[in-house]
Each structure stands twice: as structure tokens, then as C-alpha cells.
Design a protein around this ligand. Structure first.
Ligand code: DC
Length: 216
């Protein structure tokens, strides 16, 4: 039996991984899960319930109560504030455990799937036949995110954005539970000098090579 066609896309904030992953999903006709939204929703739910982002019990309770159906149309989840809250609660092993089954069930769909996050290739779908680790320099990522946020009126300086990005990288890569790390068998895609079209094209070539290798 051939293995499901799972594409695992990991990488730091504003690396282009979300756009690359959703474009790959559309290209191959596969369902797509942005796993960052799960952690963002947990962070926002803790805050809106009056809880403390440093409280592992409140965060795990929010993760267990999460309704995944609401994720797609909640604009509040895309703010910088939600990203920061997500990064805080994502460090708790209880939160990661509560969100594991849902993500693994998504990855195990018979026709395959595309997932993006920080630990897809290492923890959620370690057997995925196609794995990418998408990155770019912190300065490039800060500039991209700063433009996006300013365009929609979320005013923040470039310097503040860069320090947010560096803090988030350090927290996501430094945590003990499922840290952000390139899987040994993931292909590195550095998008620093690429626009979206070039990044998608490079990603598609990586996936095509993986398909050929695995006979998919
Ligand atoms: O991909 P994103 O920026 O939406 O993710 C927000 C935060 O959620 C990120 O800083 C770390 C956390 N996260 C995680 O720990 N594991 C994932 N698979 C996805 C996101």
C-alpha cells in the first residue's frame, strides 16, 4: 500500500511557510491545516476568559475545549497579539498533547494532506514523504510581517516587529516540548531572496522530487 501523500511544512514566523503550504494544497488538491491557528485560538481563549498566559492549567483547559470548526473565519486569530499569545501557550506540554490527536487525524486522511507549523515533520507527521523547512533572515521576515500588519492598520514600528520576531524564534526553538527544529529529512527552503511565486515554484520542485522518490 502506498503511504498517504502528506506534505509537512515547518518554519519560523513570516518565513512564507503559510503561503507556500496553502498554495501547495491548492495545487495538489489536498486539504490544508494551518496548525498555528490552533495555538492562536488557545491563546486568545485564555485571554478572553480572563486567564493568564503563563498558567499551564488554564491553557490546557482551553486547548481541550477548542472547537476547530471556528478557526477559519476568526479574523482576531491573525493579529500579532494572537501570535504572541500562541507562542506562550505552545510551550506547555499539556497544550501540545491536547492538540495532538486532532492534527494527527488530519494528517492521516487517506488522500493525504498539507499541514504547516513548527513540529509537523518532527512530531505530528514524522513519516510524511515530503517535508520542507521554510525560513528567511529575521530582518526579511520582520519587514514582511510589518508591511502586512501596517497595511491593515495594525500600527507597529519595524524595530518592534523585529524584536517580536526574534523573541518568538527564541521561544519557539528553545522550548523543551516539541521545539521548532528542521527535521533531519526535511529540505531547507530559504525564501530571503524570493517572492511568493519563486518560493512556491521552489517548494513544488521539492515536493515533486519527494513524490518521485516515494513513488507517489
Ligand atoms: O505559525 P503561526 O505564526 O501562526 O504560529 C503561532 C505560534 O504558535 C508560534 O509562535 C508557535 C506556535 N506553534 C507551535 O508551537 N506549533 C505549531 N505546530 C504551530 C504553531
Amino acid at each position: 500500500m502506498t503511504q498517504p501523500f502528506v506534505i509537512a511544512v515547518d518554519g519560523p514566523a513570516a518565513s512564507g511557510k503559510g503561503t507556500v503550504a496553502s498554495r501547495l494544497a491548492a495545487h495538489y488538491g489536498l486539504p490544508f491545516l494551518d496548525t498555528g491557528l490552533l495555538y492562536r485560538a488557545v491563546g486568545i481563549d485564555v485571554l478572553s476568559g480572563g486567564g493568564d498566559l503563563g498558567d499551564p492549567v488554564a491553557a490546557e483547559a482551553a486547548a481541550r475545549a477548542l472547537e476547530p470548526g471556528r478557526l477559519s473565519d476568526d479574523a482576531a486569530l491573525t493579529s500579532g497579539h494572537a501570535g504572541e499569545a500562541a507562542s506562550r501557550v505552545a510551550g506547555f506540554p499539556g497544550v501540545r498533547a491536547a492538540l495532538l490527536d486532532l492534527q494527527q487525524a488530519f494528517a492521516r486522511q487517506p488522500g493525504g494532506a498539507v499541514l504547516d507549523g513548527r513540529d509537523i515533520g518532527t512530531v505530528i507527521a514524522p513519516d510524511a514523504p515530503a517535508k520542507l523547512f521554510v525560513t528567511a533572515t529575521p530582518e526579511t521576515r520582520a519587514r514582511r510581517r510589518w508591511r502586512q500588519l501596517n497595511e491593515r492598520g495594525d500600527l507597529i514600528t519595524y524595530e518592534a516587529m523585529l524584536s517580536d520576531i526574534l523573541r518568538r524564534d527564541e521561544r519557539d526553538a528553545g522550548r523543551g516540548s516539541a521545539p521548532m527544529i528542521q527535521a533531519a529529512d526535511a529540505v531547507l527552503l530559504d525564501t530571503t531572496e524570493m517572492d511568493i511565486e519563486a518560493a512556491f515554484d521552489a517548494a513544488r520542485r521539492i515536493v515533486e522530487a519527494a513524490r518521485a522518490k516515494h513513488g507517489l
